[in-house]
Design a protein around this ligand. Structure first.
Ligand SMILES: CC(C)(COP(=O)(O)OP(=O)(O)OC[C@H]1O[C@@H](n2cnc3c(N)ncnc32)[C@H](O)[C@@H]1OP(=O)(O)O)[C@@H](O)C(=O)NCCC(=O)NCCS
Length: 195
């Protein structure tokens, strides 16, 4: 089997524009920009980016929930041009390794009931589909999904928290410059300026 061409790394403030573009496109109304910035730059949650050919193509935001023994998968998205190439599956495999490294035994998440792509992806990935429930904060319906981490999964490090100040400065520059661009192509060509 050929090794995967996708590599996974801890996201940093330099990834803000790319991640924000995917979130704005796929999680409209579900995730506030301020919350995303907080997760990326100010908290102990982690955001990981999948690179392909030196370009970011997808990301995942995870949160350990030790009391439940779970690694919670909060957001995952892959750019449309890179889909059906195993990028999200690679991100999930990385999450298993992260969970193992944290002593957690399950991956868990909630998927919007009206998201056939997401539901198909989690079904294929072997998640057990749980009960449907209404999220009062968001005001929409979701389905809980759970998958055990296979015993013997090799552990991956959770990584260091990105610098708070770098994150704040990056967001400021994003709002002043890149935030005015409209497409991911524009964002990508603008990205070197912001680095
Ligand atoms: C869901 C999503 C993350 C999948 O990313 P991806 O990189 O294309 O997924 P993979 O290539 O790793 O897919 C692995 C398998 O999952 C299943 N799958 C993935 N996307 C699917 C789709 N749109 N329809 C049916 N099955 C799908 C397939 O079985 C696929 O294997 P195959 O391509 O060999 O048939 C991507 O479609 C996406 O970013 N969607 C928008 C954001 C989103 O909905 N996120 C989930 C929120 S809960």
């Amino acid at each position: 089997m050929n090794p995967s061409p996708v590599s996974i790394r801890v996201a940093g403030p330099q990834d803000w524009a790319f991640i924000h573009a995917l979130v704005a496109e796929h999680f409209t109304g579900l995730v506030a920009e301020s919350a995303l910035c907080h997760w990326l730059c100010h908290e102990s949650h982690r955001v990981f980016v999948a690179d392909l050919g030196g370009r970011p193509v997808g990301f995942i935001h995870v949160q350990p929930r030790p009391a439940a023994g779970e690694l919670w998968l909060n957001l995952i998205a892959v750019h449309a041009e890179a889909r059906r190439g195993g990028v999200a599956a690679r991100l999930l495999a990385h999450c298993e390794a992260l969970a193992a490294g944290q002593g957690l035994t399950r991956l868990a998440l909630q998927c919007h009931v009206g998201n056939p792509q997401g539901l198909a992806f989690y079904a294929r990935a072997g998640f057990l589909r749980g009960e449907q429930h209404h999220d009062p904060e968001i005001g929409q319906d979701f389905v809980r999904h759970v998958r055990e981490v296979p015993p013997g999964t090799s552990a991956a490090a959770f990584g260091a928290v990105p610098s708070i100040w770098a994150g704040r400065l990056r967001r400021l520059r994003y709002n002043l410059t890149i935030g005015r661009t409209s497409s991911l192509g524009e964002l990508r060509s603008a990205a070197p300026i912001a680095r």
